[in-house]
Ligand binder design. Structure first.
Ligand SMILES: Nc1ncnc2c1ncn2[C@@H]1O[C@H](COP(=O)(O)OP(=O)(O)OP(=O)(O)O)[C@@H](O)[C@H]1O
Length: 218
């Protein structure tokens, strides 16, 4: 009798994910199959890159993994908390960075003390404490991206999903970002990152490529 042994359980497991979009309007509407049965698993402490041509469905898959979009078929199982950083920063124009952290800390049900400690660490790790009292609508694009990443990390999620997180980062911040990711890996936390830069490949434990609607090794 064959015995199947799973050494380490996945913290996130997607199976058979399918998604198509309708394009155009009747009578010339047609379906575009974007995902045609994607399987993807993340193990604890794994840092995985998600790559693929423009339009291959990376953002669509990530939205499905976080539950922001319903797949046409397939299942997603997540164990633990999930942090998500969308491609376009989501923020409240009139709230300061500090107020964003307070708000998200409450949403994550963190104690005020834990929230403040985590916030301080994130300001230091990403270097934007000087904007703590600045309203979001007065922040630069790069600082907004830091705030977005900080909010995704505030509750120390088991799984972190990032959609092109460093497009607006300067070099110093880019390096700080990878230090932060290395810290996640060491703490046994998992990170899935949509990346466009081939030069980043060495920084991942594994690269998953989306091609023709399916996920495979690069
Ligand atoms: N809401 C939508 N309605 C219709 N089509 C969509 C929608 N969202 C995405 N698409 C289409 O689905 C395909 C996959 O898009 P998606 O944004 O997931 O790709 P991507 O790999 O993230 O692309 P990029 O590298 O350019 O960011 C594209 O052809 C896109 O035009």
């Amino acid at each position: 009798m064959a015995t199947v042994v799973t050494a380490v359980e996945s913290v996130l497991e997607a199976r058979g994910i399918e998604k198509s979009y309708r394009r155009g309007v009747w009578p010339v509407a047609r379906r575009q199959d974007v995902l045609r049965g994607v399987d993807l698993a993340l193990r604890p402490g794994e840092v995985v890159g998600l790559v693929g041509e423009n339009g291959s469905g990376k953002s669509t898959l990530m939205k499905i993994l976080v539950g922001a979009l319903r797949p046409d078929a397939g299942t997603v199982a997540v164990s633990g908390r999930l942090g998500y950083c969308p491609q376009e920063p989501v923020f409240y124009e009139r709230l300061t960075c500090d107020e964003h952290f307070e708000l998200f800390g409450r949403a994550y049900k963190m104690s005020a003390e834990d929230e403040r400690r985590s916030r301080r660490n994130l300001y230091a790790a990403l270097g934007f404490e000087r904007y703590a009292g600045t309203r979001a609508d007065q922040l630069s694009g790069g600082t907004l991206a830091k705030l977005n990443l900080g909010l995704a990390l505030l509750g120390d999620p088991e799984v972190l999903l990032l959609d092109e997180p460093y497009a607006g980062f300067d070099w110093d911040t880019y390096l700080k970002f990878w230090d932060l990711v290395a810290g996640r890996r060491q703490a046994g936390r998992s990170v899935l990152i949509i990346s466009h830069f081939v030069t980043d490949e060495g920084r991942f434990d594994r690269i998953v490529q989306l091609r023709d609607g399916r996920a495979g090794p690069r």
